[in-house]
Design a protein around this ligand. Structure first.
Ligand code: F0G
Length: 466
């Protein structure tokens, strides 16, 4: 049997339900064809995100019960700091309530309107946080990372040429630091190789520019390095993670991913002056430096989760389960970004719905139809999320890819439920040209994909009569 085996058994279950097609139709309409607004009780399999949706282990729940709620220097902070230092190795560990709070604190202290921040691909909140400072968020992923069908081991790698071009164009003084996102979420959950991290690290240190990791899915990235990169097969995931972080100067981390918790995050820095400035801001916005927006019990659950996530049997099952979903989709004729990423499968909506132009949001149409057909929630990663204006010309720029991300929560769904997801996607693909494009009827000034309201272009039903 080639099933990815679960290295655990289930101790607590949560009832979920399937609602009727009529109800789903009504929910979708009321939500303005934006599944972020559909209530979770009306969803059967929720693959909106792998963030904060993990099932915690018995040991994490036990750690929560013994969490120390002291305001300052709690025992739980000591464990949190110790475990983070052990893996990440940075001098200053600053807890935050989630990843974007770490980003916002770092950028408030280090990014000004003249700045440009290169990354392989900025995640949407990271981009928004950079732009909120008036700065430019620049994506420098290698060209392979923009080709949805190309099979290559490390499509999250940063292009050294694009990075060098950014330094030439903007000048050293405008680049406060360089970021690398592991794995590259917005580019398909693709890993970054150690070789690439070493090159970027050397490039940055020659110029005295810090390298900061967006570390959300570091264990998954380290697992891919172990499996795919020459020279790492005999190294443990933990050793690989340690080596990776030793090549940088700090990280932002959403503990809601690879720390297997429902809330939490942290910022790590080697630079003491910057850490001090950030900590002062932290006290104003998040809390005292030893809890930063989290309860003591949350710190304890993160400390435990960081140990569990590097269990290689867990990672083989985890990444195997995601791959199995992708392989089933491909076998049912639904094209997915290749190779399958660590935390999610990305359906190539541009290929499924070639009749819908990017201006009519093909990936959002697929996402809405997936809910309508089977109560499955995914998320659009295409023009609704990433369309923007060129900072130089002011022209509308559509993203290179129109994807629907099916993010798999950690330790939550069974193979049966994911088979159901694959079959529902296949039904959506079969609708093909019967699916109509969407248009925006209302949008907020930024991060519009969370709250925008849409309707089928010109009104009427999204699925045309057969
Ligand atoms: N960086 C990356 C690469 C992310 O994927 C996320 C969140 C963040 C930063 C921000 O972390 O949510 O704790 O504030 N990604 C989630 C997702 C929301 O669905 O991919 P946060």
């Amino acid at each position: 049997m080639d099933l990815p085996f679960e290295p655990y058994r289930i101790k607590v279950v949560e009832r979920i339900q399937r609602v009727s097609r009529e109800e789903r139709q009504a929910q979708l309409h009321a939500a303005g064809y934006n599944v972020f607004k559909v209530p979770s009780e009306a969803i059967y399999v929720d693959l909106l995100t792998d963030s904060g949706t993990s099932a915690m282990s018995d040991r994490q729940w036990a750690a929560m019960m013994t969490g120390d709620e002291a305001y300052a220097y709690s025992k739980s902070f000591a464990e949190f700091e110790r475990n983070i230092r052990d893996i990440f190795g940075y001098r200053h560990v600053i807890p935050t309530h989630q990843g974007r709070a770490a980003e916002s604190l770092l950028f408030a202290a280090a990014v000004t309107p003249e700045h440009v921040v290169p990354n392989n691909i900025h995640f949407d909140t990271t981009r928004a946080n950079v732009e909120h400072r008036g700065a430019i968020a620049l994506d420098c992923v290698c060209d392979e990372g923009l080709d949805a069908q190309l099979v290559a081991p490390f499509k999250g790698d940063m292009s050294l040429d694009k990075l060098a071009a950014a330094f030439t164009k903007y000048g050293l003084e405008r680049i406060p630091f360089v970021m690398i996102t592991v794995t590259n979420n917005s580019g398909g959950g693709q890993p970054v190789s150690m070789a690439n991290i070493k090159q970027v690290s050397a490039y940055c240190s020659e110029r005295g520019v810090p390298l900061i990791f967006d570390a959300c899915r570091f264990a998954e990235n380290a697992w891919f390095i172990q499996q795919r990169e020459k020279g790492y097969a005999d190294r443990t995931v933990k050793e690989i993670a340690q080596e990776m972080f030793s090549l940088g100067d700090g990280c932002t981390m959403s503990a809601k991913k690879d720390a297997l918790v429902n809330i939490g995050g942290f910022l790590c820095l080697n630079d003491g002056d910057l850490a001090l400035e950030v900590t002062n801001d932290l006290i104003l916005h998040e809390g005292f430096p030893t809890y930063g927006g989290m309860a003591g019990r949350d710190l304890a659950a993160v400390a435990q989760g960081l140990e569990e996530v590097m269990d290689e049997e867990y990672l083989a099952y985890r990444i195997g389960q995601v791959k199995r979903l992708g392989d089933r989709l491909e076998s049912l004729g639904v094209p997915c970004l290749q190779p399958i990423g660590g935390h999610a499968v990305y359906v190539d909506a541009a290929r499924v719905l070639p009749h819908i132009p990017q201006s009519e949001f093909p990936a959002q149409v697929f996402t809405a139809a997936l809910y309508l057909e089977g109560g499955v929630r995914g998320v659009e990663i295409g023009s609704l999320m990433f369309e923007h204006l060129d900072p130089d010309t002011g022209a509308t720029v559509h993203p290179a890819l129109e994807l629907v991300r099916l993010a798999v929560p950690r330790r939550v769904y069974t193979h049966t439920q994911l088979d159901y997801v694959a079959e529902t996607c296949a039904r959506v693909a079969e609708l093909g040209p019967r699916l109509r494009g969407l248009e925006i009827v209302w949008e907020p000034p930024s991060l519009r994909h969370f709250t925008a309201k849409l309707q089928p272009v010109g009104g009427g039903a999204m699925v045309a009569e057969a």
